[in-house]
Each structure stands twice: as C-alpha cells, then as structure tokens.
Write a protein of this length. Structure first.
Length: 298
C-alpha cells in the first residue's frame, strides 16, 4: 500500500473516529432530542445505538489485518499493582454509582477511545490527567496497538487504564460469534503481551456489541459499557472554531452524577481537556478511578 493511501486511510479514520455510532450512542444525549434518554433502560439504549451504527458504517482501515497478535513484545516493567478499593459499580445506564451512601456519588468517568495514535497526543493528555489527579480508561483498537506497541506501553506506563475496543473497530453486533470472539480476544492477547496485563473493560465500537459482544466480554472478565455522556468530539473538524467551548458545553449539558464521558484521542479533545476538567471540578465533580469500579454490572 502506498504512503498516500495510508495517509488517506488515517485521515478517514481520524475524521470518523468512533463516533458515527457514538453519536447515536444510547444514553449519549446532547445530540438526541429525547429528554428521557438518561433514564432509558439499557436494552432500548442499545437498540438505538445499533440502529444508527448500521446506518453509518465507518471506514475500516484495510491495514487492520484481522487481528493476529504478532507484535513484538516490548520489555515491560512489572510495577507493583496499586491497591484501589472497589467503591463503585456500573448501572444499566452505564453510569457509575457508589456501592454505599458514604461514598461520593458526584463523580464522572473519563474515557478516551480509538487510540493509541500519537505520542504527541498521549503525552499532553496524560500531563493534564496528572495535573488533575485523574485516571481514565483508554479503549484501544488492536490494529493500532499492533502498529504502535510503544504507544500502548506509553499509556500504560503513564498510568492509563487500558480497555478493549475490539481489533478492527467494526460493528460487532451482527457478526458471527467466532468473529466477535476473535475481534475481542486478540486485543486481550496483544495488550497482555505488551503490558503484562489484560484489559478489564470493554466498549464495543459504535456502542453496538450485541448480546454476543456482551457475552464474550463477560467471559473474558471484562465489564461491558457504552457511555452515558458523549462529548461529541467526533463530530468536530480541525477547521472548526470554538471546539473547546463546544466540547465543554456538550459535556456539561448532559452532566449528571456518575456520567460516563466518551471522548477520543483527538487533538482538539486534548487541547480542551484541562479546561473541561477544571469546569467539572468547579461544579463539584471528582474523577472516579476506573479501578474502583466493580467488573460486573448490576
Ligand atoms: Zn471507537
């Protein structure tokens, strides 16, 4: 494949991000008129997400390769696992809820999908998280990890919590079980090879994992989630003005206790992040450590 082709594919990929399905995103309102959306049962939400996802397929990089995890393992540090008390669980709306009344419920979960892409994005993103003492889940795609194992290692070493976003970023819900299994489990394998750890969280591309995706995520010990607060960063374009203000407005307009905030590894999101986190803190919200969330929905 020529360099120009690769560049085009990358551009297509960047522009479409996770989003197409995302913006339909079950409980990810802001772009959906339904005021009762936040209270939607998961089944309805999932149906909404999957319908949209099918209607707007996203370019899948031809270089994705199908998921053989043949990346060369890098030397990894075995850092002692930090003990994080489990204080929260996820409800059927994909919100984060305290297990008991004594625990702060005014929290949000920060998530970044579709990486790893570039150290030039990951490092400043991590700098901002560190500044706010915040942890986040990075839902990665296997084909990107295979292309840049060093970037996965960078996220891991800088304290990012890794999540599985399937190998090829395809709509999984109508695929045969064997294919869904491979799409998910090959990511577990390559992340384990590179970091020594397997992801505990799964988010299907386009929010559309279907029953099979849920089953296979559970069989691999992962908590399945879509999101409950979409930043709509995937709808923004480089040439747009006022992206930081728009992103903050998108998140704050849907903000509620336990918001599961969907963002992407995109330049304007990285640029907006410090302001966004400051705004959330100003409204009294804290950032939940993903490791303090139970791995089973209830
Ligand atoms: Zn995605």
């Amino acid at each position: 494949m020529g360099k120009a082709t690769i560049t085009l594919l990358l551009a297509a990929c960047l522009l479409s991000a996770c989003s197409t399905g995302g913006n339909s995103g079950n409980t990810a309102k802001g772009n959906e008129p339904s005021p009762s959306a936040a209270a939607q049962p998961a089944a309805t939400a999932q149906a909404a997400a999957t319908t949209e996802a099918t209607a707007s397929p996203e370019a899948t990089p031809a270089a994705a390769g199908g998921g053989e995890s043949t990346a060369t393992p890098l030397p990894t540090e075995t850092t002692a696992a930090e003990e994080v008390p489990v204080l929260y669980h996820m409800n059927k709306n994909y919100d984060i809820v305290p297990n008991d009344e004594a625990t702060n419920k005014k929290v949000v979960l920060l998530t970044f999908d579709d990486g790893p892409k570039e150290a030039e994005l990951i490092n400043p993103l991590m700098d901002t998280l560190d500044k706010h003492k915040a942890k986040a889940i990075f839902f990665v795609n296997g084909y990107r990890v295979k292309e840049h194992p060093e970037l996965l290692e960078l996220i891991h070493k800088r304290g990012g919590v890794l999540g599985n976003h399937s190998w090829d970023h395809i709509v999984l819900k109508d695929k045969p079980e064997a294919e869904v299994k491979k799409q998910i489990e090959d990511v577990q394998t390559i992340v384990k090879e590179i970091t020594g750890e397997t992801p505990h969280f799964f988010r299907p591309p386009h929010g559309a994992g279907g029953d099979v995706g849920k089953k296979i995520a559970a069989a691999n010990g992962m908590l399945y989630m879509t999101w409950s607060n979409g930043s709509l960063d995937w709808e923004m374009k480089a040439k747009d003005t006022g992206k930081t203000e728009k992103l903050i407005a998108n998140v704050t307009s849907q903000l509620h206790s336990g918001s599961n905030i969907l963002m992407h590894e995109l330049p304007w999101t990285v640029e907006a992040l410090d302001s966004l986190l400051t705004t959330l803190e100003g409204k009294g919200y804290s950032f939940v450590d993903p490791r303090s969330i139970e791995l089973k929905m209830r």
